[in-house]
Ligand binder design. Structure first.
Ligand code: 3BY
Ligand code: FES
Ligand code: FE
Length: 420
């Protein structure tokens, strides 16, 4: 099938992309068919920088992990201290998948088929029984662009990745560096396969209109989270005053400690769309726990105080992050099929934090494990609904402006791709 093929009710993908109504959810075919799935891989996942891992997962030379992005298989490997490499996980002999484990540690990368052997720099070091004229220099692994931003690892399979990512990296890195995620320790990682299209997973993350479904998370987020000053309902006025007091106090702390906190929001006004802000949390204001106190006694980056709220970072197309004083949680979304999406959540703590001494793993993971499962149920429900011929796009509420920004960013990418 191509983008010219018929999708629903005689409309082509071109038609659907062209007629997308601003301020409304997308039509059903965007979420259900192979046609849009293929387009999303080509126009979004094969062209943009994707958040896929943390430096902390690959601390030593030879540590590697593999990941699937649509039809691509990518391997990430640490070649040296600060030297992370990414390659297509495809042997240059007859194309076999090179590494078939999800993660591990190697000296060299050895193909399991005929034992072609590559260094962690991708160079072909050994190919058994080749004639003397064989030139290994012509058969290095195909590189994939990779870069780390404050300990967060991004890859891009495009030959020319979006140029504005360097600017975004320069904007967000100062917010991240005080937490020293590059040297953090992975406390836990959970892979969840959601029964919904990747865009439904992202859209769901970009609003708190549904946050009644998150009783655990709502202890940490102020009840007015996601409201603009103008739409704070009268019954939440006093909660909002509490937020404003916490916000003023934290701004003084941020200034004193030199921590960047200003909101920068360019979700659909640039190719590498993002939003970043350091913001207060409710109760003790330290962490995602029932009373808001830190879940880990050892603070990231040896920060001098636990009451720092959260640094919240949203990136198009596939990630969001909450970076706190005591831990960080990263979320990476990768499409598996039109109605299946992999969400990988990773919890990071100080490298010397000891489980059972400095933190209890269940407490550390509780809020986001519960929140992810609640979100997965909502996403599955949305997927079921948008598959019905009776579904038609509905209007976003003001508090869903980031969902609109996501869809606008996405549709802009498809237009660029289809009309190029
Ligand atoms: O992680 C987030 O930023 C958003 C906000 C609340 C709902 N969602 C989980
Ligand atoms: Fe890898 Fe033959 S396909 S060595
Ligand atoms: Fe949610």
């Amino acid at each position: 099938m191509t983008a010219q093929d018929t999708t629903t009710q005689g409309s082509t993908a071109h038609d659907l992309v062209a007629r997308r109504t601003t301020g409304h959810s997308l039509e059903g075919a965007f979420y259900t068919g192979q046609e849009f799935f293929g387009l999303d891989i080509e126009a979004v996942f094969a062209k943009h920088w994707l958040f896929v891992a943390t430096d902390a997962e690959l601390p030593e030379p030879g540590d590697y992990l593999t990941l699937d992005v649509g039809p691509y298989s990518i391997l990430l490997v640490r070649h040296g201290g600060d030297d992370l490499r990414a390659f297509h996980n495809v042997c240059r002999h007859r194309g076999a998948r090179l590494l078939d484990q999800e993660r591990g540690s190697v000296g060299n990368l050895v193909c399991g088929y005929h034992k072609w052997t590559y260094g962690t720099d991708g160079a072909l070091r050994h190919a058994p029984s080749q004639p003397p004229e064989f030139d290994p220099g012509c058969f290095g692994l195909k590189p994939v662009h990779v870069r780390s931003v404050g300990g967060l690892v991004f890859v891009c399979v495009a030959e020319e990745p979006p140029a504005d990512f360097a600017e975004v990296a320069a904007l967000i890195e100062p917010y991240l560096l005080p937490h020293r995620l590059r040297e953090a320790k992975v406390a836990a990682r959970v892979d969840l396969v959601e029964d919904g299209n990747w865009k439904l997973v992202m859209e769901n993350n970009r609003e708190c209109y549904h946050c009644d479904s998150h009783p655990e998370l709502l202890r940490s987020f102020f009840p007015t989270y996601g409201c603009t000053e103008a739409d704070v309902p009268p019954q939440l006025r006093s909660a909002h005053e509490r937020y404003l007091r916490a916000d003023a106090e934290l701004r003084a702390t941020y200034d004193r400690l030199g921590l960047p906190f200003a909101l920068v929001e360019e979700l659909d006004t640039r190719v590498s769309g993002f939003r970043i802000q350091r913001d207060a949390l409710d109760l003790a204001g330290e962490s995602f726990t029932p009373d808001g106190t830190a879940a880990c006694r050892r603070l990231l980056g040896d920060l001098p105080t636990a009451r720092l709220g959260h640094l919240s970072l949203h990136l198009q197309p596939n990630a969001w992050f909450h970076v706190l004083s005591d831990h960080a949680v990263t979320f990476s979304v990768l499409p598996v099929a039109p109605g299946k999406t992999a969400l990988r959540t990773t919890w990071l703590v100080h490298p010397d934090a000891e489980e059972g001494v400095d933190y209890d793993l269940g407490t550390l993971m509780k809020v986001w494990r519960a929140t992810n499962e609640q979100d997965a149920r909502l996403v599955a429900r949305a997927q079921q609904g948008v598959g019905s011929p009776a579904y038609e796009p509905g209007p976003y509420a003001p508090t869903e402006y980031q969902v609109e920004a996501f869809c606008n960013w996405y549709v802009t990418r498809l237009r660029e791709h289809l009309w190029r």
